[in-house]
Design a protein. Structure first.
Length: 274
């Protein structure tokens, strides 16, 4: 079953009840990837909830565990104002005979608020193209999930000086397909592929340069007010030692954290740097 064109036409004119934000959110998002067992996940959730009071109320702490552990966390996260549940992916199809897929609507029914889309591991290992990511974004927005839309260049592309064009093209086929109101619900994550899981972080200058580029692209397309309201996260070997320097940069509004989010003290220390 394919999603018809009429659905997308509907999505494009769909109005959301949330107002466009004027000041952007600071976000520390933990992407657990395919790690932890149920007891380990439970322990990590509990530790995060315990340490949450150490994080500023104005920082949103977002946790993206593997799908099966989401209901466990939902119970623990209830009544925590600045703690949010994310999924690491969702289907590009809305519902039906797609064995093994998890829909945006299912996630919404589990009180998930964010969904990571277009991660470079999904692009690389699961052949996700811009078109697939766009369809996932559209469904996430339809079901009031906030997508964290990932973009970033490979080492080869950076060495060839192509990083800004690559990121622009990735945005043009995903987040930039939406109007200003919808794009205001999207969080963008700049994750240079060469920095993910490698221990090699972008320097604050490299990261800020790309974030400013993304903000300029947003301004050109949607105007200054909309662009200033969109959070742009940095991801790629971010840890408690380098987070503060990165987060000091004007256009870096937080981090998408992989490995370092699997230790509660480390993850909370990163969130405290915001
Ligand atoms: P990393 O992963 O922090 O382990 O580099 C980041 C990510 O993939 O989102």
């Amino acid at each position: 079953m394919q999603i018809g064109n009429c659905l997308f036409a509907h999505l494009l004119i769909c109005q959301f009840c949330y107002p466009m934000s004027t000041s952007r959110k600071k976000i520390a998002a933990g992407n657990w990837k395919m790690n932890t067992t149920l007891p380990e996940a439970q322990e990590l959730f509990e530790a995060i909830v315990r340490m949450l009071p150490d994080v500023s109320h104005s920082t949103s702490v977002v946790v993206a565990p593997p799908y099966p552990f989401i209901p466990v966390a939902s119970k623990l996260f209830r009544n925590q104002n600045n703690l949010f549940m994310a999924a690491q992916n969702c289907s590009s199809e809305e519902m039906g005979a797609f064995t093994g897929e998890v829909s945006a609507e299912m996630l919404r029914s589990l009180a998930v608020q964010y969904v990571i889309l277009g991660h470079s591991e999904r692009r690389k290992y699961f052949n996700e193209t811009g078109d697939v990511i766009y369809r996932k974004l559209a469904l996430s927005l339809k079901y009031s999930l906030r997508p964290i839309c990932c973009v970033g260049e490979s080492l080869k592309q950076r060495e060839a000086g192509e990083q800004k064009d690559v990121v622009r093209e990735q945005l043009e086929e995903t987040a930039f397909m939406f109007d200003a109101r919808q794009v205001g619900k999207i969080v963008i994550a700049y994750e240079p592929v060469w920095a993910i899981g490698t221990g090699k972080t972008a320097t604050p200058e490299q990261a800020q340069d790309m974030h400013a580029h993304i903000r300029t692209l947003l301004t050109d397309r949607y105007g200054k007010e909309a662009a200033e309201g969109i959070s742009i996260l940095y991801g790629g070997s971010c840890n408690s030692r380098n987070a503060a320097e990165l987060f000091k940069c004007k256009d870096i509004d937080g981090g998408l954290i992989g490995g370092a989010s699997l230790k509660a003290e480390e993850f909370i220390a990163i969130a405290q740097s915001l």
